[in-house]
Design a protein around this ligand. Structure first.
Ligand code: 3HC
Length: 301
């Protein structure tokens, strides 16, 4: 069944090569997903060779893990290893049909990335952003071909989460949107069309949810009490583990975007800002216990 709002699938362009901007954890997870599901060459790029090597290394290691878990046939694994590559030179995107960015959440940075990439890629190459909250319309605004820009918002862990938010910017044309939905289907995700509004749909819910937990901590509720209060609901993860997985900097950035857009509806937890400032992985440690260094930092009241 065609997802609500998806154009005729006949308009979709073929995707025979994918470029990924960024080689961090999200970008690397995306590279693995595209290699496995689309079985086409995927090139990761980043600012320096060390980051590129780390990203490609992650994909190769995950392929090895899948083989050892008997989730992937060794023949396919060899094929996938050959399909993933990395480069510091974005010229590697010249013949890509889709370029997906997963770089730092900063509108200026994203716009610079797109301006640079537009000079390299073909005019009909689809440019997709995995932004968690920034306007796709604004990202496309200064491009010569803004009609090929779309949001493809994936969720962590990328391999496990079935949802894909497809974001139509004001300029996105039907062929781009149809390609986005076709890619979502090939990736075996459940795609939904969402408006290009701050933090789209899921991250508004996530920010509200995590915001209630962090604001309880801001008010003086101990971290472990706030974190375990919802255990009887049987959620797959406690909120603080979810916050760690999303990354405090991303969670904080989305909260700021929403606060800026809707100041009366969304706040930003001062203690979340402290966690980010201190470079901590979250409020809790790897075992899910309150991190004593974060406890020492907390400002309550
Ligand atoms: N990265 C990659 N894979 C992971 C992972 C991770 N961080 N955590 C778990 N997995 C994989 C495991 O390897 C395992 O795969 P396998 O079956 O092939 O061995 C599989 O997930 C199941 O793992 P477990 O049995 O250990 O654990 P669970 O059954 O508890 O499932 C979970 C783990 C799927 C992560 C589950 O806890 C869950 O659904 N959590 C909620 C995640 C969520 O809400 N994500 C959305 C975040 S919002 C976001 O990303 C948007 C952004 O813009 C902020």
């Amino acid at each position: 069944k065609r997802p609500a709002g998806a154009p005729d699938k006949g308009l979709a362009r073929d995707v025979n090569k994918v470029g990924i901007v960024g080689a961090g954890l999200m970008a690397s997870q995306l590279a693995l997903l595209f290699v496995r599901r689309l079985e086409v060459p995927v090139v990761l790029t980043d600012l320096d060779q060390e980051r590129v090597d780390k990203g490609v290394g992650y994909v190769q290691a995950e392929i090895d893990k899948l083989v050892s878990k008997r989730r992937l046939d060794p023949g396919k694994a060899a094929k996938y290893r050959g399909l993933v590559s990395g480069s510091v030179d974005k010229a590697a995107f010249a013949d890509a049909d889709l370029v997906l960015e997963a770089v730092f959440e900063d509108l200026k940075v994203k716009k610079q990335v797109w301006a640079e990439i537009e000079k390299i890629v073909r005019d009909d190459c689809v440019l997709a952003t995995n932004t968690s909250s920034l306007s796709v319309t604004e990202q496309a605004a200064d491009l010569a071909h803004p009609e090929r820009v779309v949001g493809l918002h994936f969720f962590n862990p990328v391999a496990m989460m079935p949802l894909l938010e497809v974001v139509r910017a004001a300029q996105t044309d039907d062929a781009t949107l149809a390609t986005a939905f076709a890619v979502g289907k090939a990736l075996k995700k459940s795609s939904v069309l969402v408006k290009d509004a701050p933090a789209f749909v899921v991250n508004r819910l996530l920010t509200r949810f995590l915001g209630v937990v962090t604001s309880s901590v801001d008010e003086g509720t101990p971290i472990d009490v706030a974190d375990s209060a919802l255990d009887p609901l049987g959620l797959p993860m406690r909120p603080m583990a979810l916050l760690t997985m999303v990354g405090p900097a991303v969670a904080h950035h989305v909260a700021e975007t929403l606060h800026h857009a809707f100041p009366d509806r969304f706040g930003v937890s001062p203690n979340l800002a402290k966690v980010v400032g201190a470079g901590k992985r979250g409020f809790t440690d790897a075992d899910g216990n309150p991190d004593p260094e974060v406890v020492a930092l907390l400002e309550v009241g």
